[in-house]
Design a protein around this ligand. Structure first.
Ligand SMILES: *[C@@H]1O[C@H](CO)[C@@H](O)[C@H](O)[C@H]1NC(C)=O
Ligand SMILES: *[C@@H]1O[C@H](CO)[C@@H](O)[C@H](O)[C@H]1NC(C)=O
Ligand SMILES: *[C@@H]1O[C@H](CO)[C@@H](O)[C@H](O)[C@H]1NC(C)=O
Ligand SMILES: *[C@@H]1O[C@H](CO)[C@@H](O)[C@H](O)[C@H]1NC(C)=O
Length: 517
């Protein structure tokens, strides 16, 4: 597998997401280990050219320094005016289409004149205080929409048109009692090519599984217990939170029409799985999400003063080692501040990626770890942390799980907020027994993967059970002919990332068989 087989921007965000989620792990690395990670990042960064749609820059002279990939400014240049003058690609082209489905008076508003980039920048919607749609003067979001236009669009505008990402297809024959997540096995070999990242599949942004009701319950209890540590929002995030909530509900209604719907006036959300009705305006949008969508979301917003992105709102129940209150209000570089060298080596690239990410190019990836049990929320100091420091002697195979954090990153079309969405999925080790090549692939990574990277993943604390068990499965698979030689005449296969990655040969059959549909 070659780097070039991915989108040109593919190599920035995985670390962006990975770092945001796991900065605590990186802190535990030695200097040498960090350098390994950093050098990997740099290789990737150089290959990252501009986003597919050119971003807009007010000052043409500044443009080349933002888009250029060769020159890295010194740390003190990180917040140069370049970011202040750079906006993501405009989505105003969607207005004509939206105007078709609205009243004549709103049509007139939506088909108004195109503002100049200069006026967008000068009259930017504040990201740090609540905006009053009734009384404040005209302001613009970074994607080019005015407050009047947003008001004219009303509630639940067609976000597929606005974003350029299609709504999902209805999921035929879906059974919520039996639904399982797809069996993500994002294992890659050779390990230095492991950053697997692809375009987000529009049908799979959010997923309902058989754990739906219990996860919602668990998440609501986590909120009851931890409050702002799992759900919080700062002034200025209102539009982004409303937009995200509406997009999620719109997605659910389109994807699972049997189970979710909106009333004709779009004021009530019907949840057939929980048998509940939500009066949408009666609570904060993030609470609508907490009560109905068992996934984690973090929203970062563009600050109109410095052009940088700040974590302004989120509902996050599956964080490892940190919580919402630890990070809320922080700029990307401050979120990562404790990481040595971050500012010098990564900050600029990450900021540049965020400043330009287009609305119509969401991305997805999986990262994995090996766990004892199924720890979802593990704040710093959680007793579970102790388990990662030892090889528990009486650890059983039944306790061993693969944890996959399936992540997506997309820009919201109206507010231009960028949303991380992630969900933690757990798979018992025993599942690998009949999954061709997976035991061998994982064994190879555990045994021969770069030591520093394996320490980063902390596979050590469960290796004493994983390795012998996986070896047993591997032998069995070879004997049964489940694993076939890579080349005719050879005895066995040469371990390499599977063509089916992040799955395995026959995964769909297994998945359908286990679900019963
Ligand atoms: C950083 O900024 C300083 C002063 O603004 C400038 O002299 C220097 O060339 C810049 N460095 C880079 C690498 O752009
Ligand atoms: C926006 O950026 C300015 C300048 O860096 C900073 O003073 C301000 O606190 C930031 N606002 C928010 C909401 O973070
Ligand atoms: C706008 O201003 C009017 C008059 O001051 C006030 O009554 C109204 O509540 C304001 N609207 C909002 C949304 O705050
Ligand atoms: C949340 O993070 C803060 C700051 O790091 C920490 O003091 C607190 O103990 C954490 N609480 C939980 C429940 O994670």
């Amino acid at each position: 597998m070659d780097f070039s087989s991915f989108m040109p921007t593919a190599w920035l965000p995985p670390l962006a997401i990975g770092l945001l989620l796991s900065s605590f792990t990186i802190l535990a690395l030695s200097k040498r280990q960090r350098d390994t990670l950093l050098s990997r990042f740099q290789i990737h960064r150089r290959r990252a050219s501009g986003a597919s749609t050119p971003p807009r820059s007010f000052s043409p002279g500044k443009k080349s320094s933002i888009r250029g990939d060769t020159k890295e400014p010194s740390p003190s240049n990180v917040s140069t005016p370049d970011f202040v003058n750079t906006l993501p690609p405009s989505r105003r082209s969607a207005l004509a289409e939206l105007a078709k489905a609205t009243s004549p008076s709103n049509q007139k508003i939506l088909l108004g004149t195109e503002p100049s980039v200069e006026s967008l920048l000068k009259n930017a919607l504040p990201s740090s205080r609540s905006y009053d749609l009734e009384n404040d003067t005209t302001k613009y979001t970074p994607t080019g929409f005015s407050t009047e236009e947003i008001k004219a669009m009303g509630d639940f505008p067609a976000y597929d048109i606005l974003s350029g990402v299609p709504l999902p297809q209805p999921y035929q024959n879906f059974d919520p009692e039996k639904a399982l997540p797809r069996p993500y096995r994002p294992f890659r070999w050779a390990y230095h090519q492991t950053m697997s990242l692809t375009k987000m599949e529009p049908d799979w942004w959010l997923e309902v599984e058989n754990t739906y009701a219990s996860r919602i319950k668990e998440r609501k209890e986590l909120f009851k217990e931890h409050g702002k540590k799992v759900l919080d929002y700062l002034p200025g995030s209102e539009l982004a939170c409303k937009e995200l909530m509406e997009m999620c509900l719109q997605f659910y209604c389109a994807r699972y029409p049997t189970y979710f719907s909106l009333s004709a006036d779009k004021k009530t959300f019907y949840n057939g799985l929980l048998k509940s009705e939500t009066d949408i305006k009666s609570m904060h949008p993030l609470h609508v999400l907490l009560n109905n969508i068992p996934e984690d979301f973090a929203i970062v917003l563009r600050n109109e003063t410095d052009g940088m992105y700040y974590f302004r709102a989120g509902v996050i129940c599956s964080s490892l080692g940190w919580n919402v209150s630890t990070k809320i209000g922080m700029q990307l570089k401050d979120i990562h501040k404790p990481i040595p060298d971050y500012k010098e080596k990564m900050s600029f690239s990450m900021d540049r990626f965020f400043s330009k990410m287009p609305t119509n190019s969401p991305i997805q990836r999986g990262s994995w770890g090996l766990e004892i049990g199924m720890p979802l929320f593990m704040p710093a100091g959680h007793p579970h942390e102790q388990l990662r420091k030892i090889q528990k002697q009486d650890l059983t195979v039944d306790e061993c799980h693969l944890r996959v954090d399936w992540q997506t990153l997309r820009r919201l079309p109206l507010s231009a907020g960028i949303v991380f969405n992630f969900k933690a999925l757990f798979t018992p080790l025993r599942e690998f027994r009949d999954e061709p090549y997976i035991p061998s692939l994982l064994l190879k990574i555990i045994k021969e993967g770069k030591k520093s990277l394996m320490q980063y993943k902390n596979t050590w604390h469960v290796e004493h059970v994983f390795i012998p068990e996986l070896e047993k499965y591997e032998k069995e698979q070879v004997a049964k002919g489940l694993v076939k030689p890579t080349n005719a005449g050879e005895e066995t296969w040469t371990v390499a990332t599977l063509e089916e990655s992040p799955y395995f040969p026959g995964w769909e059959e297994k998945w359908h068989r286990q679900q019963g549909f």
